[in-house]
Design a protein around this ligand. Sequence first.
Ligand code: ADP
Ligand code: MG
Length: 890
Amino acid sequence: CLQIQRALLALTIPLETLQAVKGRMLQAMHKGLSRQTHAQADVRMLPTYVCSTPDGTEKGEFLVVEMCQNHVRTLWMALAGDGNQSPQITYKTFDMPEDIMQGKGEALFDFIAQSLRQFLDGIGRPQHHLPLGFVFPFSCRQTQLDKAELISWSKGFSCSDVEGRDVVQLLQSAINKQELYHVEVVALLNDTVGTMMTCSLSGKPCEIALIVDKGTNSCFMTEAHLVEMVEDSSGQMCVNTEWGYFGDDGALRDILTPYDHNVDKESSNPGTKRFEKLIGSLYLGEIVRHVLITLAAEKALFIGRNIAILRKKGSIKTQQILEIIDSEKGMAEAKRTLEALGLQPSEQDCCRVQQVCRMVLSRAAALCATGLAAILSYMCRSRELEHLSVNVAVDGDLYQGQSRFGEILQSVTGLLAPECSATLLPSVDGTGKGAAMVTAVALRLAAHRREVNELLAPLRLSRADLEHVQALMRQEMELGLKQETNDTSSLRMLPTYVCGTPDGTEQGDFLALDLGGTNFRVLVVRIAEDGIRMASEIYIIPINIMQGTGEALFDHIVNCIADFQLKHELMGQVLPLGFTFSFPCQQLGLDKAVLLSWTKGFSASGCVGQDVVQLLRQAAQRKQYSGLKVVAVVNDTVGTMMSCGHEDPKCEIGLIVGTGTNACYMEEMQNVGTVEGDEGRMCINMEWGAFGDNGCLNDFFTDFDRLVDEKTINPGRQRFEKLISGMYLGEIVRHILLTLVEKQLLFQGRPCPKLHTKDIFQTKFLSEIDGLAVQHVQTILQNLELKASFEDSALVREVCQTVSLRAAQLCAAGLAAVAEKMRQSRGLPHLAVTVGVDGTLYKMHPSFSKHIEQTLKYLAPHCAVTFLRSEDGSGKGAALVAAVACRGAE
Ligand code: ADP
Ligand code: MG
């Protein structure tokens, strides 16, 4: 029959069209999530502030109050924390008098609170603290889990004085009026979220929920930063899609049939919820009714019968459709239903009606699958996975009542999102049990958060803290510069005898040595008008030489220089040499530096207390090597400042944040009490890594810092460095993680033998983890044999960010003290200065430099500080010091 064919065809959506609809759904979801377009989006993607699924450790007693169409349901649930195996549940339903629905808001909430009191009376009046979840299925502007303003009533409710107000507060006040002070409303939620929660009760978490009931809706877990309306963007959040409104902007135009338009026109809300009207059980009966009207008019059905009854809205119920579809009893049901309507159907009529019913249901299931596929693909893509495997909770009479619906839902989803596998799980009592679970999870998270915050609080520095550090740094600088007080300061403030930065006129060929960095190197540096060219060789210093005698060490160095000159055809030339010697030295002249102590694994004997330039010259004499003319010894901070100074004359500060940390800057000679003369400036090597070694920073050290310090080769020393530099940040993080595990706040308290290994958590992980999506953090932790859940990974990331933020801010406090001192010494209202920086931590960490700059802005508001990354400061810089010295000599 042609007419029947045509009707069925109109209700069939080809796979390509479903694909296209899925694409449009994805677009609509993005629109709803984006801050700019959220307000106009029809798929609203509402944040629910539900940030986790149950993990089985939830424990305690919980209450739920659920507002339904015409009753209030109360529920009590007890969880034992045993994996939620067998929650104990009791509930009771209270019919709501009709006048309450349109009466005063106060009366409505009083009724709810009274029902709750009756319920509690019935279960023996528990007196301990009872957290409560409030299921409130109306459109709300939610801003916290326990804060939601009612936007507008629907579903027949119109109580006064509620719209625009926080319904959580209204309920809490009503509960307090009943003197139930031990009941605390901790969560307000929508029914979809509860559905998702009930299916998370056992084993693998369930991260998507679908509701196919009178209406349709869905929710899913996503990363909070993708929900742009939410300020706090760490961790996960469940998003309530409100996808029933999909298509209200015309996105479903090509699949809507004349039947759908008729159903929409006759509905109470024409023009809206177009997607829901193709799927929800409130509408399927209506769609079938309109198909039948059309077919009857076309004389393809009920020929010669009076079909007036079909024109009556609601004359065909969705429940009847579900029964008619049944392959065994369906024909009999069709006959019975149609006869009851007085349509006197023929055998053929029954058969055709059954076909129509099947088609309408199949279409609904396929469209539901399209939406689900969009969510799956979204999750898979945003998690950057190749394959996503996920549990999906499904609730509603269509799914539970008709196996055909579930079959189509499953198979079409597979076709439209082949990169994902979804396991559909029927949900049981989502709004009741699920709501109690939300409440339980919220409580677990809140307690967890409180403890984590308490633990991390000492690492979080306020503006006042940083200003205090800055003031201390300033004070210690002043003390260190004066001859009389130098030994009371933790800052050595060593004169470097470098009295000028490059002015661009320097020229010539120079040798440079770099000892004390990661490698020992010899370089030749050609400084010309058109730029600097360098060649270098790396030489190994065997450990027996590092820790042998000073003579052997310096003999080895001279051998390396000779080898280098040979290789680079420099034999016979005597080039001025700059020596980057990155150990603390008391400098007595540009080419005179007394070693104060070895660090970084060196311990060659007979060197401490000696002038290292002299040691080098003596070695050359021993070897009868005459090609050596040492003109300058420099620290790597100075080298860094000088190499950047060649590019930018404003560069008058040097900073290192690598294995260790240190800084230098140009100070007025009149302020340098440890060197004769008042003219001009001299670069001061602060040795700021030791800041605080006299106890002035004790208030800022945390237990974690103390643990790290105790395990170093120099406990009690280099205290500032131990808060900032690469050698220690990973260790600080490791100690925090250990404490978190011990307090059962991480990895569910499972022991982590790996984490007890010193240096297992490298500082480079802080860089890697900092900007990463949580899934990738999870992978990094897996490589460390740490089995981390989503929440664990987010917490590890938070710890890393906290530790590196503190390091950057402390660095900024130090720099602020330096820059401000320079500005004030020069009597300037405003100082523009450049910091030359080197060090792998500074260069590789994705947000370290940004945090330094941000913090400096408010700590040194009268200074414009810019940063320049040094390239090979210890090579180029040493040569430039030599060049500047030669320039001065001429
Ligand atoms: P040095 O200070 O000895 O001259 P570097 O400046 O290269 O050496 O710094 C080395 C330090 O940088 C190492 O101790 C390590 O902790 C740290 N580090 C290495 N890679 C990274 C990275 N990707 N992010 C942050 N820190 C790193
Ligand atoms: Mg270095």
